[in-house]
Design a protein. Structure first.
Length: 290
C-alpha cells in the first residue's frame, strides 16, 4: 500500500494483520516446541494443545475441541488430558512464555526490545478493553499476569488480543450455522488458502471433508468446484463482518491514533518474521504479509 493510499480496512483487521505473525511465531519457531519437549510432552501437537490451553487450566479434550473450534476432536484427544499428567498447566505456561521471549528475540530482530517497551502502554490499554463475555480463551490469556520481560509481555498482550478476536470469530461462525469443518471449508472456498495447507493441520479425514462439502452444497453455499457461490460469499462476508464487530472494543479503546501507532510499530517486525522464512505464506492460519 502506497503512502498516498487511504487504508479502508477496519482498524480491527489492520491490528490483526500487523500482530498475528508475531503471535504465530509460537507455531513455527523451534523454541516453543523444544521447550515442550524438554517438559516431556510427546510430539508437536501435544505441545501445541497444552501450550495454548494452559491458561485455562487442566481442561479436557472436549473442552479444548469446543473452544479451539477448528480441530477434529479425536486429534485433540491424543494430546489432552494426557499432557497434564506430564506437566501441570502453570508449568507449561511458564515454559511457553520463556520460549517465546527467546524466539521473538531471535526472529524479529534487534529492535524488538525497544518496540516492546514503546508499545506496552498501548497493549495494556487494548487488552484491558477486551470484553471477556463468552470468550473463554481470550479471557484466560488476558488473566495471565503481565511479565517483567518486555518481549514476553509483548507476545502475551498480542496473544490475548488474538484469542479475544478468535473467540468472537467462533461466535460468528456458530451464529451463521457453520460447524468447525464447514467454517474451514468456506475459508478454502473463498480462496484464502488451499485445502492442502489446512486439512492436515486440523485432523479432518477426506470422508469428513467431502460430507461437509456436500452439506454446504445442499445449502447453496458451495459449487461443484469447491468454490463459494454468491450466497456462500455473502455468508462468509457476514461472518467476517461480525468478527470485526465483535473484536472492536480494543481498537475503540486505542482510538485511531493509538491503532495507527501500534500498527506502525508492529508491521516491520511482522514483515521480518515472514521475510526471513519463520512464518510461511500461505500458512494454516491464513495470515498474510502485512
Amino acid at each position: 500500500m502506497s503512502a498516498n493510499t487511504v487504508d479502508t480496512r477496519p482498524p480491527t483487521r489492520r491490528l490483526w494483520e500487523a500482530a498475528e505473525p508475531l503471535h504465530a511465531v509460537a507455531y513455527f519457531a523451534p523454541e516453543p516446541a523444544d521447550a515442550a519437549r524438554d517438559l516431556g510432552l510427546h510430539g508437536w501437537w501435544m505441545g501445541y494443545f497444552a501450550g495454548r490451553a494452559a491458561p485455562m487450566g487442566a481442561i479436557s479434550a472436549p473442552t479444548a475441541a469446543a473452544t479451539f473450534f477448528g480441530f477434529q476432536p479425536a486429534m485433540v484427544e491424543r494430546a489432552l488430558p494426557d499432557a497434564w499428567a506430564i506437566a501441570a498447566p502453570e508449568v507449561v505456561l511458564a515454559s511457553r512464555l520463556d520460549a517465546m521471549g527467546a524466539a521473538l528475540r531471535r526472529t524479529a530482530g534487534p529492535t524488538i526490545e525497544e518496540v516492546a517497551v514503546e508499545v506496552a502502554p498501548l497493549l495494556r490499554t487494548a487488552t484491558d478493553a477486551c470484553d471477556i463475555a463468552a470468550r473463554p480463551i481470550g479471557a484466560a490469556w488476558a488473566a495471565v499476569p503481565w511479565p517483567d520481560d518486555p518481549v514476553v509481555a509483548l507476545w502475551l498482550g498480542l496473544t490475548a488480543l488474538r484469542e479475544h478476536r478468535g473467540d468472537g470469530h467462533v461466535l460468528a461462525c456458530v451464529n451463521a450455522e457453520l460447524g468447525p469443518l464447514e467454517a474451514t471449508i468456506t475459508l478454502v472456498g473463498a480462496g484464502a488458502l488451499p485445502r492442502t495447507r489446512i486439512q492436515p493441520h486440523r485432523g479432518w479425514s477426506d470422508e469428513a471433508w467431502e460430507r461437509a462439502e456436500a452439506s454446504l452444497r445442499d445449502r447453496g453455499l458451495l459449487d461443484t468446484n469447491g468454490r463459494l457461490t454468491a450466497a456462500g460469499r455473502e455468508l462468509r462476508g457476514s461472518v467476517e463482518a461480525a468478527t470485526e464487530r465483535l473484536a472492536a472494543a480494543p481498537a475503540e479503546a486505542l482510538g485511531d491514533e493509538g491503532v495507527d501507532r501500534l500498527v506502525a510499530a508492529l508491521v516491520p517486525l511482522s514483515r521480518r518474521v515472514i521475510d526471513d522464512g519463520t512464518i510461511p505464506v500461505p500458512n494454516p492460519i491464513g495470515v498474510p504479509r502485512p
